[in-house]
Design a protein around this ligand. Sequence first.
Ligand code: SAM
Length: 199
Amino acid sequence: MTEAIINFTNSLYTPTCMELITKEEIRDALSSGQLLSKLWLLDKFQIIFEKNPEIKKLDTVVVGGWLGLLARALNHLDERIVADSVDISLSATTIACLTLDNCPGTAILSDMMLLDYSKYNCVINTSSEHLSDITSWSQKINKGSLVIVQNNNGKEIQDHISCVDSSLELEKILNLDEIYYSDEIIFPFYTRFMVIGKK
Ligand SMILES: C[S@@+](CC[C@H](N)C(=O)[O-])C[C@H]1O[C@@H](n2cnc3c(N)ncnc32)[C@H](O)[C@@H]1O
């Protein structure tokens, strides 16, 4: 994660970059809740790799990937991972392109509801609370894919339109074939849930 943060903050030295992002967005992206929840995901991801040495390559997409920090960290985690970052926001994707500079993965401007998931065998969504219909989104993912989804109960936060109250509720919405991990972390302002499984 340290490498990803360095690449992100370095990208802010690029002329015009600071016009694309607010101080509040930088604060939120580097907040303890954001960073600890990404470290939690990376930790569980690493365990999956250790348990499954037969995995040859994970063509991964981080949807709602925002400024590209998680995709950058995943590309750095293991050489078997190529992680793209997809976001609907042009300004976020412009910064994510810089965060992912010199990386096997790329930043893509797209609505995750319209994305072609056929080339990906690993799909990560830490922004599922921003979707109006998580079930319709999850139905677009290829059968057999590794799926990692986070959500939270921060219903009062702007743009959080599909919060859940437990990881079990998230499991039910995703309707995966196998569940490898399902748990929660309590932060001062919300509880974050994560489900890892196979579609
Ligand atoms: C505030 S950010 C990330 C917050 C998230 N809880 C996390 O921890 O990563 C949410 C991102 O989702 C993106 N987003 C929302 N709806 C989307 C969609 N339909 N397709 C792609 N990106 C989307 C937004 O543009 C934004 O960059």
